[in-house]
Design a protein around this ligand. Structure first.
Ligand code: GSH
Length: 204
């Protein structure tokens, strides 16, 4: 459940850690998400929102683009390389994420329901198809678009909700790629920070 809920906020922490930028995390209560003030920051009442001086950015993909335009550790400076990375950012968010999310939500929130048992094979087939297609792309490269970039942050966090069912493990290149991305010190720092933030709530 956490990997599903935390996917979007983890992306931003991870990118900030890759860029070596200091940041503060502010949590938003469910009540605050409904306020007019918060809806001006995030029209859907979701997290994350990035504040950088007078700039406020919502949607995790847009936040990574914003950071990437300023920090080469997040997106390459060369225009052609940046286009490649941007392409894969959209592929992760638009072409892969929906299928992962549909399947993960079914398994997490509707596991025991009769309709879910009927729906599962089709959703699983679609998710597997996408995983196979990304796996095939990784035959001759360590990362999706040249050096590690926001594209890999997005693809890795898109895949994480499947951890509990081990679906990615069936694809050796994809599994190795995901492990390679998650072995980065910046990911470890982001995860440690996230875990520390929520530890008091879990213990309570
Ligand atoms: N497309 C959005 C999705 C954001 C999202 O799902 N955020 C989660 C937390 S990581 C959330 O706010 N969930 C509660 C909700 O959707 O109401 C993004 O990438 O920023």
């Amino acid at each position: 459940l956490n990997s599903l809920r935390a996917a979007s906020t983890m992306r931003v922490r991870w990118a900030l850690e890759e860029a070596g930028l200091p940041y503060r995390v502010r949590t938003v209560t469910p009540e605050e998400r409904e306020t007019a003030a918060y809806r001006r920051e995030q029209p859907f009442g979701q997290m994350p929102v990035l504040h950088d001086g007078a700039v406020s950015v919502f949607e995790s993909g847009a936040i990574l683009l914003y950071l990437g335009e300023r920090h080469p550790a997040v997106l390459p400076v060369d225009p052609a390389a940046r286009t490649q990375a941007t392409m894969w950012m959209f592929a992760a968010l638009n072409t892969v994420e929906q299928h992962v999310t549909n399947l993960a939500e079914l398994l997490i929130f509707h596991a025991g329901e009769a309709w879910a048992r009927e729906r599962r094979p089709a959703l699983e087939a679609m998710a597997l198809r996408r995983l196979g297609e990304v796996d095939a792309q990784l035959e001759e490269r360590d990362y999706l678009a040249g050096p590690f970039s926001a594209a890999d942050i997005l693809m890795t966090t898109v895949l994480r909700p499947l951890d509990r069912i081990g679906l990615v493990d069936g694809f050796s290149r994809l599994a190795a790629y995901k492990a390679r991305c998650m072995a980065r010190p910046a990911f470890a720092r982001a995860l440690a920070d996230y875990t520390a933030q929520y530890a008091p709530a879990r213990a309570a």
